[in-house]
Write a protein that binds this ligand. Sequence first.
Ligand SMILES: [Zn+2]
Ligand SMILES: [Zn+2]
Length: 105
Amino acid sequence: MKKVTSLLMAIFCAFTFSMVAFADSAEVQPRAAECPFCGSNGWSVTRVGRRANGSTEVSCTHYQYGTDVITKYIVDYSGSCYACGQTQATQSTETELVCHGRSHI
Ligand SMILES: [Zn+2]
Ligand SMILES: [Zn+2]
């Protein structure tokens, strides 16, 4: 009986973890984390926006004609702590592909 319970717990934990991972990758909600300044759990990061950082045009990989435009973005995040009031800006990068291909001229 004890084995069954622990197995169920393992499944439940795996399910919970996958939900958290999904929410994390979406980056829609500000998420609380450990503050790098005071170590409390009041650190939250919000996405400020993104700015284009150059683009390249390559021939389309989806259709016979046309091009794909690959744009690189710098994404700005703003972190702040509820506990100590410190703030810190961080950045990451994103690439986005826009297809301008077509199947005939
Ligand atoms: Zn803090
Ligand atoms: Zn394409």
